[in-house]
Design a protein around this ligand. Structure first.
Ligand code: GLC
Length: 567
């Protein structure tokens, strides 16, 4: 039996404003990408110097995790000034240079926007604290009196995502809400000043020339009226599966509709040498995008964020969390495409980011252990599966996200000693042991040298011995390397019309544990089992995550291998 699935509407001609429908977007975590000034911390100058590498890798856009002025209580996701660069990363001039250079090289830039909470050092919050109860600035956050005879109990039973209560008491007796660390007070999005401020921040960065925003905790801005108790004390386990009074409230959509209108005021950026074209061609509006980081109970709920008048894309965390299992993968692919089709948004696919164990390590471990692992597992198996998983992801209709270093097949550094760990979900949590530092270790660029070419002054998280063997330098030109596999895959993806934004996924007959699907002129076969399987060769091999032997019209598809075919 074959099955046809409608994929999101394909634009008949690919216009510049539609670039995001099938874009491959590369996440740069600025602290850990490249260090331009030798202080052990990555920065904008480092990023700028490595843009040609990203162009040659073949990605379409770069998403930069936060680089704003911040006390770094949560690695920059605690913003003190949304219009300034943290000196640790550089200056606004450096940001301008990164945006300009990227555009010249044909790359788009997406910046991270953190609207759910500010830093506790944000000017509004400092004034709210110093002015005391009754200060109008307190209305821009969630300040409340406590419960109990002396207000000694938090206003409700909500728990922070990082563990412990979601409320902190200030010396004058009031409490404030923080869904994350105490240094990240939540904004009150009912307040018009908060709404105005963020529209203004959007314009600031759009004027700087960015091509879009990745919206942090996009599902969290609106809280259920009255801030009702949840009545349970295992709330972390409910996240992403259950309806919570602080997540995915219907009111968030109005905010994104108003943001979309701001974006629509702007023309898309022209890419290429020389910057904006001087031909006076009328440039269409559109082409600047909003991407939701929205943890929702279902993909259908995620689809609501990408209705035609809201955001453009939403991360597909259901896909990220799926085990290396053919039936489960097929199910999540079907469900994702089916959910996005009706709203006309592209599906997105992601395997790694700065909050979860890299997929080379996740797939090296038994399934079901979650996304913050402390065990290296079987590294060889993990890498083999990761390569196969990546080729599967890049064959699907829609847009794909890569996390820096996955193109090197980097594993998580699972044995970081406690004294170097910096993740606030480890440092501050009551009883929680968050481990996001393992995927944040700086990238190896060269086989030798201080911090393997990351910089000249060490690295803020220690790199393991032997990291240089995984470096860009070590892998470049080695046809069996993961870096060359990514380069080839992205080149083929660009060249094959069938791998564009639209089209269908047509499932083909395949043995248990094997996925086979066709797109126009193209077939992808994936063996998720531990044994070689023999199936009819659907065409000519374009690329494989491993060598696959083809003879007499039969392919011997090795264990944990994906092969792309031209038909
Ligand atoms: C998002 C970010 C994560 C951060 C959190 C709070 O989930 O990806 O790194 O800690 O928001 O801003």
């Amino acid at each position: 039996m074959t099955q046809h699935l409608a994929a999101p509407a394909a634009p008949t001609t690919e216009t510049r404003t539609d670039w995001w429908r099938d874009a491959v977007i590369y996440q740069v975590y600025p602290r850990s990408f490249a260090d331009g000034n030798g202080d052990g911390m990555g920065d904008l100058e480092g990023i700028r110097s490595r843009l040609p590498y990203l162009r040659d890798l073949g990605v379409d856009a770069v998403w930069l995790s936060p680089f704003y002025a911040s006390p770094q209580a949560d690695a920059g996701y605690d913003v003190a000034d949304y219009r300034a660069i943290d000196p640790m990363f550089g200056s606004l001039l450096d940001a301008d240079a990164v945006i300009r250079d990227a555009h010249e090289l044909g790359l788009r830039i997406i910046v991270d926007l953190v609207p759910n909470h500010s830093s506790d050092r944000h000017d509004w919050f400092r004034r709210a604290l110093s002015e005391g109860p009754g200060s109008p600035l307190r209305e821009r956050y969630h300040f409340r009196p406590g419960k109990g005879a002396d207000g000694e109990l938090p206003p409700n039973d909500w728990e922070s995502i990082f563990g412990g209560p979601a409320w902190t008491r200030v010396p004058d007796g009031e409490w404030y809400l923080h869904l994350f660390a105490p240094e990240q007070p939540d904004f009150n999005w009912e307040h018009p000043a908060v709404q105005d401020e963020f529209r203004s921040i959007l314009r600031f960065w759009l004027d700087m020339g960015v091509d879009g925003f990745r919206v942090d905790v996009a599902h969290g801005l609106v809280k259920q009226a009255g801030l009702p108790d949840i009545g349970r004390h295992d709330q972390l386990k409910l996240l992403g599966n259950d309806t919570m009074p602080f997540f995915d409230q219907d009111g968030v959509h109005e905010i994104y509709r108003s943001w979309r209108q701001v974006l629509e005021e702007y023309a898309g950026n022209e890419l290429g040498p020389g910057g904006p074209s001087s031909e006076g061609r009328r440039r269409e509006t559109g082409g600047r995008i909003l991407v939701a980081e929205a943890w929702t109970p279902t993909v259908e709920r995620a689809a609501q964020y990408v209705r035609p008048d809201e955001m453009h894309q939403a991360f597909n965390f259901q896909y990220l969390g799926t085990s290396w299992d053919a039936a489960e993968l097929r199910e999540v692919i079907d469900v994702s495409l089916a959910a996005m089709g009706p709203v006309g948004a592209p599906a997105t696919w992601v395997l790694s980011n700065h909050d979860v164990t890299r997929h080379a390590t996740r797939l090296a471990n038994p399934p079901g252990l979650g996304t913050q692992l402390r065990t290296p597992g079987d590294r060889e198996l993990g890498l083999r599966r990761a390569r196969a998983a990546t080729l599967l992801m890049l064959a699907l209709p829609g847009s794909a996200y890569l996390y820096q270093g996955e193109e090197l097949g980097l594993p998580d550094v699972t044995d970081l000693p406690d004294e170097v760990r910096q993740d606030p979900s480890f440092l501050r949590a009551a009883g929680q042991d968050g481990f996001r530092d393992g995927c944040r270790v700086p990238i190896p660029w060269t086989t030798e040298g201080s911090s393997y070419g990351f910089g000249t002054g060490g690295s803020w998280l220690p790199q393991p011995e032997g990291w240089g063997e995984l470096s860009v330098q070590a892998q470049t030109g080695d046809p069996g390397s993961t870096l060359e596999l990514y380069r080839s895959a992205l080149a083929v993806r660009r060249a094959e019309a069938g791998l564009g934004a639209g089209g269908t996924v047509e499932w083909l007959d395949a043995p248990d544990g094997v996925l086979a699907f066709a797109r126009e002129g193209f077939v992808c076969t994936v063996n998720t089992t531990a044994e070689t399987v023999r199936i009819p060769a659907p065409g000519r091999v374009l690329l494989g995550s491993e060598e696959a032997e083809v003879s007499d019209g039969t392919v011997h598809l090795p264990a944990d291998t994906t092969v792309w075919w031209a038909v």
